[in-house]
Design a protein around this ligand. Sequence first.
Ligand SMILES: Nc1ncnc2c1ncn2[C@@H]1O[C@H](COP(=O)(O)OP(=O)(O)OP(=O)(O)O)[C@@H](O)[C@H]1O
Ligand SMILES: [Mg+2]
Length: 276
Amino acid sequence: MTLVFENLRKQYGNNVAIDDVSTHFEPGMIHGVIGPNGAGKSTLINMTAGSYSVSAGSISLDNRRLSGLKKYQIANAGIARTYQNIRLFDQMTALENLEVCFYPQEVAQTWKEVLWPPFAARKEARRREACMQLLSFFNLQAYANAEAGSLPYGRQRMLEIARALVTNPRVLLLDEPAAGLNHHETAELTAKLAELRSPERVMIIVEHDMDLVMTLCDRIVVMHHGKLLFQGTPAEVQASSDVQLAYLGTANDIDDIKAAAQDRRAQLGIRARRRS
Ligand SMILES: Nc1ncnc2c1ncn2[C@@H]1O[C@H](COP(=O)(O)OP(=O)(O)OP(=O)(O)O)[C@@H](O)[C@H]1O
Ligand SMILES: [Mg+2]
C-alpha cells in the first residue's frame, strides 16, 4: 500500500500553493513533511484528506484514485487526520469525542440489534472498550468523562490523535502535533508516535519541531514555496545546503535550522497558552 502524489497542484486564485509535487509515502514508515511557513504543508494534508479539492494532478492509495472523491469516501478509504489548530468537539466528553468517530455502519442498528437488545448492548460495550483502550494508550483515561474543551492543551492534542485512530486508519496525517507542547509533552508525544508505527500504516507528520522530526521520521519531504525542494533521510536533509537556504536564506548548519524552527514553536506556544 502506497500513497502517491502525482503532479499535484493547488491554486487559490492566482496563488499557487502546491506546484507540481510528485512523491510517494510507504507503509511501515514515518514520513516527515517540513518547510518554512506558507510552504504548502497543510495544503498537502488538506488535499489528501479531501478537505480541499485538487487543482491538477492526482492522489491515490494503492492505485485507487482518492482525489475527486468526497470527504467521507476518502475517510472510508482509510485516511484520518488531525488539524494544525485543534478541532475537538469541545462540549462532548473525551470518550464521546472518540465514540462518535466510529463508522456509521458500525453504529447503525441491524435487525438483530433491534430484535435482540443484548446484542446491541454488547456491540456498544465493545466500542466503548476500544475507545477506553485508546484513551489509556495516550494516558487520558482520567479525562474520559471530562468535557474535551476543559482538558489541558497538551491533553487535547493527544485526544485529537486518539480520535484520528478510532477507525484504525491506513494513512494517519498529523498537522503539527507538537505545536504548543512543552518539552515534556513533546517527549511523551514522540514516544507515542513511535509506538504507532505499524507495517500496514502510512504515517505523515507535518512538524516544525526539528528534534521530533529528526528523531522519529524515516524519510522527510521538504517543501518550499509550494514545491518539493528535497526528500531523503534525516541525515540527508540535515546535510542539504538547499534545505538550509530555504529555511534561513543563507547556507548554514542544522543548529540554525533548529533555531529557526524553535522561533516558530515559541510563537505557537504563545498562541496555545492563550487558547487554554
Ligand atoms: N484556504 C485558503 N485560501 C487561500 N489561500 C490559502 C488557503 N490555505 C492556504 N493558503 C495559502 O497557501 C499557501 C500554503 O499554505 P499552507 O497553510 O499550506 O502552508 P504551511 O506550510 O502549512 O504553513 P505553516 O507552517 O504556517 O502552517 C500560503 O500562501 C497560504 O496563504
Ligand atoms: Mg500549516
